[in-house]
Design a protein around this ligand. Structure first.
Ligand SMILES: *Cc1c(COP(=O)(O)O)cnc(C)c1O
Length: 464
């Protein structure tokens, strides 16, 4: 049986897993999804709970790609390689602290949960490109975290060049160094004299430059790539196994700090595959477009405001359309209609019955900066354990669900300033960050002009 990929807007010819990974965004503007969701049995669930992370990953991912497209041995090797870069033997361990369960997702090379997806995506890109004889120029703008996880995911990989734009002197020194001290010849950091929005505007302009995009095979690495969702599903199964020992009668709730709806959508998909999930607690900061949707059925954008959990300062959640597809009974035309409505009026509304349906699984809450700091302070005082601000948002949203597992999406040392505000001192730097400021670095500093950046990419690639 072959599993093919379709668009949430229903307007593309079904394609293979590899094609879906390289395509990123569907050509009709929608997002890619498998045309059916593979199902897991109780027996499999019990077995999966006994597997080490990389083996579990191969099992979870297996039914989403055809054997002919991604042979078993290759898949297993890819999974082994992708998660070997994590410093913890369990990759994503569950720890129990002060009566709460915490899923630590920050043991990868850049100490944030995005490593789980991007270590795997980097390996997968290289595998597909080497096999099919292609190349890819990844271009992205970052406000800090995604860029470094992406760079660490593709550094040194055959067939891939990566250009990451960050706002000059407007990311934290650690974030800057996590990117610019990667000296592999395929990694190109650009500090843009401007804001993060300037960087995004430039990236958008270059993706819209179709001759340039085609000639250099520009690729994106943002959270719309289906392969990222797949890798994130794995830790929901892993965490459930660690918590329940693999007992299919024991459902679990997850508290998920949410920005682009990627992480929590992976939990939704795991649930749709058959993972026993009681509740998905969707936590946002003051940028609450998602929590408002689950409370009111209205989805409308606002301007993003800066908070202490900057990786969630997002006004339009790019993965939300995937959930919408299922909520609208897999009707691509309906999804397209709602997205057009959002585009036109800045808001879409769903019928009350749909909101009620969504509320059976999702509980949503927005958390203020003051609550975030208080959560960090109190939890530290009671247990000695330091939460990063994103994790604190999730745990705070789950106050009424003490049995829920909190996803810890970043190491507190990455957000030392917020931690200092909460407890009066910065967290100790882990070994992998210590010494970072003294390491040699490489970065071009350029004007915030698409033509300048384009010329830089062309000359850099000509010399590569
Ligand atoms: C990206 C990020 C999030 C939000 O994840 P989404 O998949 O965008 O919802 C939360 N915490 C941290 C630390 C992040 O980097």
């Amino acid at each position: 049986m072959t599993l093919r990929y379709i668009s949430t807007r229903g307007q593309i010819d079904p394609c293979s897993f590899s094609q879906a990974v390289l395509m990123g965004l569907a050509t009709d503007g929608g997002l890619l999804l498998p045309e059916a969701i593979p199902q897991v049995t109780a027996r499999q669930l019990r077995h999966w709970a006994t597997l080490p992370f990389a083996e579990l990953a191969a099992e979870v991912i297996r039914p989403f790609a055809d054997e002919t497209d991604l042979p078993n041995d290759d898949l297993r090797r890819l999974c082994q390689r992708s998660f070997a870069s994590f410093s913890h033997p369990a990759v994503t361990p569950v720890v129990r602290v002060g009566g709460r369960a915490i899923l630590e997702l920050f043991h990868g090379p850049t100490l944030a949960f995005k490593d789980v997806a991007l270590q795997w995506l980097g390996n997968l890109f290289e595998y597909i490109l080497t096999r099919d004889g292609g190349f890819l120029t990844i271009l992205g703008a970052t406000s800090g975290d995604t860029g470094s996880a992406a760079i660490h995911g593709v550094r040194g990989r055959a067939g891939i060049q990566i250009f990451i734009l960050h706002p000059h002197q407007r990311v934290s020194p650690i974030q800057e160094r996590q990117m610019t001290t990667v000296l592999d010849s395929n990694v190109h950091n650009v500090a843009v004299r401007g804001s993060f929005d300037d960087g995004q505007r430039i990236v958008k302009a270059l993706f819209n430059d179709l001759p340039f995009r085609d000639q250099y095979r520009l690729g994106a690495i943002n959270s719309i790539n289906w392969a990222r969702i797949l890798a994130q599903m794995v830790y929901y199964f892993s965490a459930w196994g660690q918590m329940t020992g693999g007992d299919p009668q024991r459902p679990l709730s997850f508290a998920v700090p949410t920005g682009n709806f990627g992480d929590i959508f992976a939990g939704y998909m795991a649930h749709r595959m058959g993972l026993p999930v009681e509740r998905l607690i969707l936590a946002t900061n003051r940028n609450d477009i998602l929590s408002r949707f689950f409370q009111t059925g209205r989805y409308g954008s606002d301007t993003a405001v800066a908070t202490l959990s900057p990786s969630m300062d997002i006004q339009r959640a790019s993965n939300f359309e995937r959930y919408l597809y299922y909520l609208l009974d897999q009707d691509g035309a309906e999804v397209a209609r709602h997205m057009a409505e959002l585009e036109r009026s800045g808001e879409m509304r769903l019928p009350e019955a749909k909101r009620v349906e969504a509320a059976r699984l999702f509980t949503a809450r927005a958390v203020s900066d003051a609550e975030t700091l208080e959560q960090i302070r109190r939890f530290h005082q009671e247990t000695g354990y330091l939460l990063d601000p994103h994790t604190a948002v999730g745990m705070c949203a789950a106050t009424e669900f003490p049995d829920a597992l909190s996803l810890a999406t970043a190491h507190p040392a990455k957000f030392g300033e917020a931690v200092r505000q909460a407890i009066g001192q910065e967290p100790e730097l882990p070994a992998s960050l210590a010494g970072l400021l003294e390491k040699p670095s490489r970065c071009a500093v350029l004007e915030a002009d698409p033509e300048v950046i384009k010329a830089h990419i062309i000359t850099t690639l000509a010399a590569a």
